[in-house]
Design a protein around this ligand. Structure first.
Ligand code: ADP
Ligand code: MG
Length: 250
């Protein structure tokens, strides 16, 4: 059997006295898109921060493409695994152009041919080459998030960790960016973990998902169960009903 792209075994994370991720285990297959869903504060971002190497205080096991990961990751890891955050304003430096933002990771990793790579990557995220010399404030929210995605892609990673990548965007723009992410995954055969508080987003983007509550796994299911409205647990059912109610009201 091929190795999972990502494996998490008995992950625990505490901040001081508060134990926010509890004995979490799951595995993501190569090329799969896996959703983490749960209310605010359930520990979703903390899991992604551990996976991406941003959080060093954890116990348990994290494996990437069959390799057990130390707390401090090596350079090869940071090339293979990239994260996209919710707030594209916060993740882009206000005084750096799009070109700077994309050139930086290439320089850090000593990758040549920057001009061609940047042009290609911008075109892959649907931005014209002329955007290279714009600053974040000259871009719309959706365009900024496309730049953040381009920045993650420019190193040609195999795994993207997406933390509520469209939650900060206007509803009218969200679907565009989600569709872009889906298309990119297919084209580049990437593996995704997508964090969202919105079950509809995960239902559209993922093959399987985990419902989290208070740092624990409540239920793991495939999207067919979600589409058939057949979660196994009362909590997941409640979350589903709430998201549908919200949609109707909205
Ligand atoms: P989610 O992404 O599901 O909203 P988070 O992973 O951000 O949840 O947070 C889970 C819990 O951990 C929350 O109670 C949050 O307040 C707490 N938390 C997250 N990061 C920190 C931190 N750096 N220091 C202390 N508490 C934190
Ligand atoms: Mg979060």
């Amino acid at each position: 059997m091929t190795n999972p792209a990502i494996s998490v075994d008995k992950l625990n994370v505490s901040f001081g006295d508060s134990h926010v991720v509890k004995d979490l285990s799951f595995a993501v297959r190569p090329g799969e898109s896996y959703g983490l869903v749960g209310e605010s504060g359930s520990g979703k971002s903390t899991v992604l921060r551990v996976l991406s190497g941003l959080n060093h205080e954890w116990s348990g096991q994290v494996g990437i493409e069959g390799k057990a990961q130390p707390k401090h990751r090596d350079k090869a890891f940071h090339r293979a695994v990239q994260m996209v955050f919710q707030d594209p304003y916060g993740s882009l430096h206000p005084k750096k152009t799009v070109d700077d933002a994309l050139a930086e990771p290439l320089a850090i990793h000593g990758i040549g041919d920057a001009q061609a790579r940047i042009g290609r990557t911008l075109s892959d995220v649907g931005l014209p080459a002329s955007f290279r010399f714009r600053f974040p404030h000259q871009l719309s929210g959706g365009q900024r998030q496309r730049v953040a995605i381009a920045r993650a892609l420019v190193l040609e990673p195999s795994i993207l960790l997406l933390d509520e990548p469209t939650s900060a965007l206007d509803v009218s723009i969200q679907a565009e960016v989600l569709n872009l992410l889906s298309a990119i995954r297919k084209e580049r055969k990437l593996t995704y973990i997508l964090v969202s508080h919105d079950l509809a987003v995960v239902g559209h983007m993922c093959e399987r998902l985990m419902v989290m509550q208070f740092g624990r796994c409540v239920e793991e299911m495939d999207v067919a169960a979600l589409a058939a409205r057949q979660p196994q647990t009362a909590y997941a059912q409640q979350l589903l009903t709430a998201s549908e109610g919200f949609r109707r009201a909205g």
